[in-house]
Design a protein around this ligand. Sequence first.
Ligand SMILES: Nc1ncnc2c1ncn2[C@@H]1O[C@H](COP(=O)(O)OP(=O)(O)O)[C@@H](O)[C@H]1O
Ligand SMILES: [Mg+2]
Length: 234
Amino acid sequence: MLKIENLNFSYGDLKVLWDVNVEVTEGEIVTVVGANGAGKSTILKNISRLEKPGSGSITFNGVDIAKLEAHEVVEIGVVQVPEGRKIFPQMTVTENLRMGSYTRKARQNRDANMDRVFTMLPRLKEREKQLGGTMSGGEQQMLAIARGLMADPKLLLLDEPSLGLSPLLVKSVFAIISEISRQGVTILLVEQNVFQSLKIANRGYVLETGRVVLKDNGAALLSNDHIKKAYLGI
Ligand SMILES: Nc1ncnc2c1ncn2[C@@H]1O[C@H](COP(=O)(O)OP(=O)(O)O)[C@@H](O)[C@H]1O
Ligand SMILES: [Mg+2]
């Protein structure tokens, strides 16, 4: 579904991605794990065209993403939930969700998608009139994910959804990601929470200072010696 081949990317003179190869097959949860500054968000921004892509190629179902504008990437079904939630604090939950369905196709499915996210996340339904900015960090993260679902994604890009959340909320965020996957949305998840991400992922890539140093299925990476020492403190 998604194929990133030999992606190199620089911010001005600072090179941050080196020959990155990542693939996502339809139906999978794939994770890219790595420390702060490894280049995870930069990979997602290249996919969603929030940055002008570097050299190499990124295709989605055979379509060359470099030829598209950011809004066209959303229209073909690739939707990013940004790091740090970025919800609209002065808008209600419902208004935030409506903002997610701005493509023509998603607008047509707006009511059905709203029902779907409220069924999956009843807590948001209870708070539909609350202002986004007054919700807790965990609720804002749920709202950010739900807003992404309102755009009718085929592939959902999640940028550190567990960042800054308590252990209990981290668990529920990962449970929701698994549920979204079961409902048929393919997921590319970038995270610093290596343990939880590899636990739910079919496959994972380990990114260190802009280079993929390991890739395997989730379970294999969890028992890999380097991962245990460098990321899991075992
Ligand atoms: N807009 C930018 N301009 C210049 N450097 C940036 C910019 N965004 C990120 N960087 C740098 O690129 C590197 C990778 O950043 P990022 O992709 O955000 O990493 P991660 O998401 O893994 O924490 C870091 O060294 C970061 O400081
Ligand atoms: Mg990041």
